[in-house]
Design a protein around this ligand. Structure first.
Ligand code: C2E
Ligand code: MG
Ligand code: MG
Ligand code: MG
Length: 279
């Protein structure tokens, strides 16, 4: 009995493992052709100054619509892109596309807008980030000050000396740095400060339950007051309602991002929104 049960359990796990391995492989196979087949798109989520209601920046976020797999979320395909190394090529496309989009927005009169792009660990360490950024700045005709890269604290903490070298190369270009998902990793703000962080993005998991979870409220308050002391501006992610917004503005949070203001939008929709908020 025990033996049979053991075997059944074993077969269950093997099936589960096979299923997962298969899904991963299938995602990778289809992702391989995604760029060439025009299946990837960028949407842009506004980052807003709460006092004025003006859009100051737009975060580029990847969307993948596969003819075979349908819509696949970045939470699912980014890890696969990282493990397979495809992220280097995709990441370059993201930087180039976002900068070309910003250049075209600027030609249409959208001033004082910056684009933010997410840079994954593999792209930061293995891809030629510096070259990728320089090339995209040249083809779009923009300045490094028009671009902010978002890195998670864990990427920097995994090799602080090497991270410093990479970031020091980017600094003369004027490229800005944001720490994404802040609070989910293991670093401290005072330590990160040495990397000349421009913006700290409080992870949406802390913002979600601000109203009901007194620990989250205390963490967010502490991060905001420490960031102010250290002269680092804060962006709160995942702001979905007026209560969260009030909590954050009461504590002088510099910028907000979230569904309460806008979902990530295709370029034309962002332009229409900008025309209402920034004119
Ligand atoms: P992230 O960089 O932290 O991006 C914020 C995520 O929160 C986005 O999810 C956005 O759509 C979502 N979000 C924004 N406002 C709200 C809100 O009010 N409520 C809730 N519940 N969610 C909100 P998305 O687009 O699914 O992207 C997920 C993650 O995938 C990103 O997290 C980022 O880590 C990664 N990602 C997306 N695009 C890229 C990319 O071009 N390159 C790399 N390396 N990673 C990317
Ligand atoms: Mg981000
Ligand atoms: Mg984030
Ligand atoms: Mg995230």
């Amino acid at each position: 009995h025990a033996k049979e049960q053991g075997r059944a359990t074993f077969e269950f796990f093997t099936r589960e493992l096979n299923k997962r391995a298969y899904e991963r492989l299938s995602t990778e196979t289809h992702l391989r052709g995604a760029l060439a087949n025009d299946e990837l798109q960028l949407v842009y989520q506004p980052i807003v100054e709460p006092q004025s209601g003006r859009i100051r920046a737009a975060e580029a976020l990847l969307r993948w619509n596969s003819p075979v797999l349908g819509r696949v979320s970045p939470e699912q395909f980014i890890p696969v892109a990282e493990q397979s190394g495809l992220i280097v090529e995709i990441g370059h496309w993201v930087i180039e596309t976002a900068l070309m989009q910003l250049a075209s927005w600027k030609r249409l009169g959208m001033k004082n807008l910056m684009v933010c792009v997410n840079v994954s660990a593999v792209q930061f360490w293995r891809g030629n980030l510096m070259q990728s950024i320089q090339q995209s700045l040249a083809s779009s005709g923009l300045s490094g000050r028009d671009l902010e890269i978002e890195l998670t604290e864990n990427v920097i903490m995994s090799d602080v000396d090497k991270a410093r070298t990479v970031l020091n190369q980017l600094r003369p270009l004027g490229v800005r740095l944001a720490i994404d998902d802040f609070g989910t990793g293991y670093s401290s703000l005072s330590y990160l400060k040495q990397f000349k962080v421009d913006h700290l993005k409080i992870d949406k998991s802390f913002v979600r339950d601000l109203k009901t979870d007194s620990d989250d409220a205390a963490i967010v308050s502490a991060v905001l007051s420490m960031a102010q002391d250290l002269h680092v501006q804060v962006i709160a992610e995942g702001v979905e309602n007026a209560e969260q917004l009030a909590f954050l503005t009461d504590r002088n949070c510099d910028f907000i991002q979230g569904y309460f203001f806008s979902r990530p939008l295709p370029p034309n929709d962002l332009m229409r929104l900008w025309a209402r908020t920034n004119r």
